[in-house]
Design a protein around this ligand. Structure first.
Ligand code: PLP
Length: 419
């Protein structure tokens, strides 16, 4: 609508019959055709407008009353934690709204250096570098690190930002089947001719809630002289006994070379991303990574929120344990009710339904019962594997979880997903 109005206004300002007017008319035709093809393919993404803070209970435009939110990456509930908000406010007051600069010109404040040191300490790595987002961290890493002499081996279901980051680099690209270690080994054998080999994987995959077999990946990497890179966006802060991530969960913290992760999910949910790993790599990224060199510094409020989130995690495991207990409660009750939940004890709990229409209808009916969940179908997930993704947070109450399960059972029976 908005784009249409802008184009219309631009068209009406261009002199009649001018070449600019016909170019705009042509653009309008192309855009409308493209938009229609998205609608026709059934892949149109509409956005629900939240009118409250992010949290377990939210208000959504058009839905009467409060609803229970099961589709945010707010795994630890820190997005609206009072101490996290306070830390953001404090930085806003003390360090301003933003830097109006990239880091290497005049955009580095003491708080940026402190947060980088804290991130490196949290992950037990030598150094860390902040980016405006983890998308940017993934866009910056591969191009800066790998040349046409090198190779990157990537899980086929890696996040879009890893795929895009890899596209930007000149290294030889190998794609192995999802979690398939025999295929990874075959690709590693093929890649022996290159200078460096980097295996790249998500730690936890967001569509299935499944976890990369890092022990096996690290074993193969060591056997074939490869480095290991893990995107921990869906693991940092809550996987492993102290929330360090998948590498801690699987006991390979000393074998994963490079970690990228986000501040935009469990760590307060504001925004920001980072790479942590060898000091020399971080130094190289400060010189070469384009999203670092050519994009604004992270705003002080976001730095304050993430920094406080890390403090809270380093002080106590209580939030992590609470999230794990609630995840178990949801998964076990749903399985007992007859649903299939994919993944491995991850707070991403995909309720597998198969049929796209069924997933859509169940998600709609759940919202009518005050439960906000999202259905995913092809092409986001493979054909015939439609599901509703439920995400558990430490700040859901046990009653929230039970209400969600009850609603699933009721709606599932209504639609024939349960006997
Ligand atoms: N990597 C993974 C695995 C993600 O799921 C996401 C976000 O969806 C990102 C990277 C991007 O993170 P950010 O929102 O910080 O750009």
């Amino acid at each position: 609508m908005w784009a249409g109005r802008v184009l219309h206004a631009a068209l009406s300002r261009a002199p009649r019959g001018s070449r600019a007017q016909s170019a705009l008319a042509q653009l309008r035709g192309i855009l409308e055709e493209e938009l229609e093809s998205i609608r026709g393919a059934g892949t149109w993404k509409s956005e629900r407008v939240i009118t409250s803070c992010q949290g377990p209970h939210i208000h959504v435009d058009g839905a009467p009353g409060g609803i229970i939110n099961f589709c945010a990456n707010n795994y630890l509930g820190l997005s609206s934690h009072p101490e996290v908000i306070q830390a953001g406010l404090q930085n806003l007051k003390e360090f301003g709204a933003g830097l109006s600069s990239v880091r290497f010109i005049c955009g580095t404040q003491s708080i940026h250096k402190d947060l980088e040191a804290k991130i490196a300490r949290f992950h037990q790595r030598e150094d860390a570098i902040l980016y405006p987002s983890c998308f940017d961290a993934n866009a910056g890493l591969f191009e800066a690190l790998l040349t046409s002499e090198d190779a990157v081996l990537s899980d086929e279901l890696n996040h879009a930002s890893i795929i895009d980051g890899i596209r930007l680099c000149k290294a030889h690209k190998y794609r192995y089947r999802h979690l398939d270690m025999a295929d990874l080994e075959a690709k590693l054998q093929e890649a022996q001719k290159h200078r460096l080999r980097l295996v790249a994987t998500d730690g936890a995959f967001s569509m299935d809630g499944d976890i990369a077999p890092l022990q096996k990946i690290c074993r193969l990497a060591s056997q074939y002289g490869a480095l290991v890179f893990v995107d921990e966006s869906h693991a940092t802060g809550f996987l492993g006994p102290t929330g360090r991530g998948t590498d801690e969960l699987l006991g390979v913290m000393d074998q994963v070379t490079i970690i990228n992760s986000t501040l935009g999910k469990a760590l307060g949910g504001a925004s920001g991303g980072y790479t942590t790993g060898p000091g020399a790599l971080v130094s190289l990224l400060r010189q070469r990574a384009r999203p670092y060199l050519f994009s604004n510094s992270l705003p002080p409020a976001a730095v304050g929120c993430a920094s406080k989130a890390l403090d809270l995690l380093m002080e106590s495991n209580a939030i992590i344990q609470s999230m794990a207990a609630k995840t178990l409660r949801f998964r076990s009750q749903m399985e007992a009710a007859g649903f299939t939940i994919s993944g491995a004890n991850h707070p991403i709990c995909p309720v597998m339904l198969g049929d796209a229409r069924l997933a859509l209808n169940i998600a709609d009916d759940m919202l009518k019962r005050g439960i906000f969940v999202i259905g995913f179908s092809y092409p986001v997930v493979p054909k015939g594997k439609a599901r509703i993704r439920v995400q558990i947070s430490a700040v859901h109450s046990e009653e929230d979880i039970d209400r969600c399960v009850e609603a699933f059972v009721e709606v599932g029976r209504l639609h024939g997903a349960l006997p």
